[in-house]
Structures are given as C-alpha cells and as structure tokens.
Design a protein around this ligand. Structure first.
Ligand SMILES: [Fe+2]
Length: 181
C-alpha cells in the first residue's frame, strides 16, 4: 500500500516555506548591503592613491557613487520586506569595521594589486546579485527583480571595464615606475 501522507506533509511544508524563503532573501539583502558598504569604504580609502592614474581614479569615483546608490536600493528592498533601515544599518556596522583589512599595505605595485582585488570584488558582487534574484523569485518578491538586475548589470559592466583596461594599467604602472627611477 502506498503511503500518501508523507507526500501531503511535504507539500504543506513547501507551501508554508514561503516565510522561510523570505527570511533567507532578507538575510541575503542585508549581506549584500554590508558588501556595498564595504565597497564604499574601501574605495574611499584607495581613491587618493589612484590619483596618479586619472582614468582609473575617475572610474573609481563613479564606482563609489554607484555603490552608494546600490546600497540605497538594498535599503529600499529591505523596507519593502518590512525591515527598517536602522536595523539594516546595525547589521552592517561590523562589516564596516573590517574595511581597513581589505586595503593593501602600501607597496610598489599597490595599484595593480588593488585593480586585481577590484576584479575579484566585481565578480563576487555580480554573482551575489544573481543569487539575490533567484532568492527574490523563490520568496515571491518578483517585483524586486528589476532593481536587482540594474545593480547586477552595473557590477558586470565594471568587471568588463576593468578586464578591458588591465593591460593599460600595467603600462601606466611601468611608465610611472620608470619615471620614478
Ligand atoms: Fe556594488
């Protein structure tokens, strides 16, 4: 004789799982908010040392603005889920404190190391937004897709820009090193 009860029970479990999905999604939003906050702090620290590389400096200034907007978007999405902005900010305070650890110690090829770190960071962020989109869908927050996709495309665009300019940064670094003797 077949046992149907466990099947029904598991279906109920899935149906009632939407609250859990929402919790997971909200946690994901908070985590990404912490990542964006970390990005803002890291860029702020690195910007002065990028001044000798005007193209990179200008682009990182833009990236700073974008990260601020992306964090604000996450604030809005958290508010939609009933999570107050102040709670979201409390959650990230610990992450902000670790920003200093992400900045490389001053060294000769510091700019190249920071560019490589930025490439990794952009890849991580793009993947994070893809995860958030999947979590939003699972939580039934499909209206959030458009906003998350906006941030995803920005992360991907910056990642591509960094890749496209890597050789140029190496050249600028070598020329600067030669000038300094
Ligand atoms: Fe970002």
């Amino acid at each position: 004789m077949q046992r149907h009860v466990p099947v029904v029970a598991s279906m109920e479990c899935i149906m009632s799982g939407s609250t859990d999905y929402k919790d997971i999604y909200v946690t994901g939003l908070k985590n990404q908010h912490a990542v964006e906050t970390q990005a803002i702090g890291t860029i702020q620290n690195e910007l002065p040392r990028m001044e000798p590389y005007p193209e990179l400096h200008a682009r990182m200034q833009m990236e700073h603005q974008r990260s601020t907007i992306q964090a604000a978007r996450l604030d809005d999405l958290l508010a939609r889920q009933g999570t107050s902005k102040s709670i979201a900010k409390e959650a990230v305070s610990g992450a902000v404190a670790t920003v200093a650890g992400f900045v490389h110690a001053a060294s000769g090829d510091e700019v190249l190391k920071n560019v490589l770190a930025a490439v990794g960071f952009k890849s991580y962020e793009a993947a994070s937004y893809k995860v958030l989109i999947a979590l939003a869908d699972a939580a039934g927050a499909t209206a959030d897709r458009t906003v998350l996709e906006m941030s995803l495309h920005e992360e991907e665009e910056m990642g591509t820009w960094l890749h496209d300019h890597l050789a140029g940064f190496v050249q600028a670094y070598l020329e600067r090193s030669a000038t300094k003797g």
